[in-house]
Design a binder for this molecule. Structure first.
Ligand SMILES: N[C@@H](CCC(=O)N[C@@H](CS)C(=O)NCC(=O)O)C(=O)O
Length: 250
C-alpha cells in the first residue's frame, strides 16, 4: 500500500473520468477532485493541457510523501495503477491469476475496442447537427452510410459479445459480474460505454440506430440495473453532482 500518497483526479463533466472517482471510493482511498467544465462544443478546456499535453480526462496526479509527482493518463492504465498500488486487500483485484488476467483484458478492451465505435457514432451525430445550412441532409446520408457499414454493426457485435459473457457467468458461476463472482475493475471500466453511453442514454443511443436494448441484451440490462444501485457508484455520482449542473447539448 502506498501510504501517504496524495491523489488528485482531474475530472471532466459528462466523461469517462467518473469511473476513477467510483474506483477510489470502492477502495476507500482518499483523493481530491479538480473539476473541469466542457465548453459549448463539448470539448475539454485548455487548462487540462497544462496537466498533460493531450488535455484529456481522466488524469490522476500522484504526489508521493517525498514530494515526487507523477501524472498518469489513460483510463485503463490509471485503473491498473490504482489497483496495483491501493488494493492490497483485494477488494476489487481477484486473487486468482486467471481472473486477474481477465480483468486486464477488459481494461484494454473497453477503451481499445468498444469505446472507439461509440465515439465515432457520437461524433457522427454531432456532424449531422453541425453541418452547414443546406448540407445537413447530405451529411446525414453520408454518416449513416458509414455507421451502417461499420460502427453500428461493430457496436452491436460488441454488445452481443458482452451480453454472452454475462450469460455464461450467470450459467456457470451464478455471477452477475464480468469476472469471477464479485465486482472488479472490469465492471468499473465497462460502466461508461455500456451503462452511461448506452443504457442510461436511451434516447441518443436509439437515434444512433441501436435496437431495443432490454430485449436484445437482457444480461447487460440486468447488469446495468445492478451497477446503478452499487452504493459507491451512487456515492461517486453524489460527489460530483455540484459540477454536473447543465446537460450537454449533444
Ligand atoms: N483513451 C482515453 C480517452 C480520454 C478521452 O478522450 N477523454 C474525453 C472525455 S470522455 C475527453 O477528455 N474529451 C475532451 C476533448 O477531447 O476535448 C482514456 O481512456 O482515458
Amino acid at each position: 500500500m502506498s501510504q501517504g500518497d496524495k491523489i488528485t483526479v482531474h475530472w471532466l463533466n459528462y466523461s469517462r473520468s467518473q469511473r476513477i472517482i467510483w474506483l477510489l471510493e470502492e477502495l476507500n482511498v482518499p483523493f481530491e477532485i479538480k473539476a473541469y467544465a466542457r465548453d459549448k462544443d463539448f470539448r475539454a478546456p485548455k487548462a487540462l493541457e497544462k496537466v498533460h499535453p493531450l488535455g484529456k480526462s481522466p488524469l490522476i496526479e500522484v504526489t508521493k510523501p517525498d514530494g515526487e509527482t507523477q501524472v498518469i493518463a489513460e483510463t485503463g492504465h490509471i485503473i491498473s495503477y490504482i489497483l496495483e498500488h491501493y488494493d492490497p486487500n483485494h477488494i476489487l483485484t481477484p486473487q486468482n491469476q486467471r481472473e486477474k488476467q481477465e480483468v486486464d483484458y477488459f481494461l484494454h478492451y473497453s477503451e481499445g475496442t468498444l469505446q472507439p465505435n461509440l465515439v465515432a457514432l457520437l461524433v457522427h451525430s454531432f456532424a449531422k447537427k453541425k453541418a452547414p445550412f443546406g448540407t445537413r441532409f447530405l451529411m446525414g446520408l453520408l454518416v449513416k452510410g458509414i455507421d451502417d457499414q461499420f460502427y453500428l454493426p461493430e457496436t452491436i457485435k460488441n454488445l452481443d459479445f458482452l451480453d454472452g459473457i454475462l450469460a455464461k457467468q450467470k450459467a456457470t458461476k451464478n455471477s452477475d459480474f464480468f469476472v469471477g463472482t464479485h465486482l472488479t475493475g472490469a465492471d468499473i471500466i465497462l460502466s461508461f460505454p455500456v451503462l452511461t453511453n448506452i443504457f442510461a442514454s436511451r434516447a441518443s443511443a436509439r437515434t444512433m440506430g441501436l435496437p431495443d436494448f432490454d430485449q436484445t441484451w437482457p444480461n447487460l440490462s440486468r447488469w446495468c440495473a445492478l451497477i446503478e444501485k452499487e452504493p459507491k457508484f451512487v456515492k461517486a455520482h453524489e460527489l460530483v453532482a455540484e459540477y454536473e449542473t447543465s446537460k450537454p447539448n449533444i
